[in-house]
Design a protein around this ligand. Sequence first.
Ligand code: TXA
Ligand code: MG
Length: 354
Amino acid sequence: MRMLTSGDKDIRIAAEAIKAGRLAAFPTETVYGLGGDAFNVSALARIFEAKRRPRFDPLIVHIADLSTLNMAADVGSLPRSLRAKLDVLCRNLWPGPLTLVLPKQASVPDLATSGLPTVAARFPSHPVAQKLIRYSTGAIAAPSANPFGYLSPTKASHVQEQLGELVDFIIDGGRAGIGVESTVLDLTEEPARMLRPGGAPREAIEAIIGHVETGSPPAPHSAPQAAPHSPGQLASHYAPKTPLFLHDANAMLGLSFCPDEAYLFFDEETRGAWNMRNMPNVFGADGDGRIFTLTHGADKGTADKTLEAAANLFDILHIIDNAKPSAIHAQKSPDIGLGAAINDRLTRAAAKRN
Ligand code: TXA
Ligand code: MG
């Protein structure tokens, strides 16, 4: 593995590697991705292998130019009304943290889409990601650059710790600004369906195309063993190694301090109130490194706080996990803005205990 800078020369080195069928991890505005040529089957196989990812969980194809969307997606086969929604979403939210599930082009290898008739496409806004895509093959398949089921990486060092020699290059582009993965929106049926809450908040999407459904559709009676609609959305996912317990603010306030557990508060208000009640004064205000807060300061609106919280979430969970406490108690986020994505990740992390 070789660490690269985000300078042009280094991006070209990674791009050449991708063209040759090798893997490069790279920054995006959401999390770091593990990229390979979307049309090279052996590169795709290496991605699944490096992540130890089951092959039923399809990859996102990243593009850096609207005109290359046709390489991946058969946009022409969409009904007219959905095509109109696609157009307006692309105009307003691309490039950015939105992944669209669309009918697939026959030329996209089945390995990338796990044999589904659809493909997930994303146009990231991160300039390094865009250059890497343009300098290489125009279409990079990239899951988050973490072992399957574990916390997503928001820094190059996370990728290095988790994948090490399984990746050929890592481009260090600093912290991923948004900090949670893209929103996955299925645009193959009416109404559109949000399969994964993420960096593009539901409110922003609904302001553009109206109501969207959430989660997997109810399975038809005739298909009791229907395949998961969004195959990667397993209950237990995005999880630290430490058991995680999710609480609302009130339940959090009721927890007494246990020195080998870690506490992750959403805001300073709740943490302050908890400290007053529960922190024995033999410990410092941060419980000697066991107490963490996702947002700081009281001067922001709640939606802005969820932006700050999302940007800190995985980084803080990595820090807590590396300290190996016996449990993590996390406070739910308010359910607006990026709060839905934060609560989704924390709920899945908590599901790992069971
Ligand atoms: O922000 C992101 O989306 C990051 C960065 C690197 O772009 N990528 C990412 O990829 O989170 P990954 O592989 O960790 O998550 C992709 C999600 C999975 O839940 C997968 O099941 C879903 O997208 N997905 C991919 N193709 C799909 C399809 N054809 N139909 C439904 N869901 C699909
Ligand atoms: Mg992932």
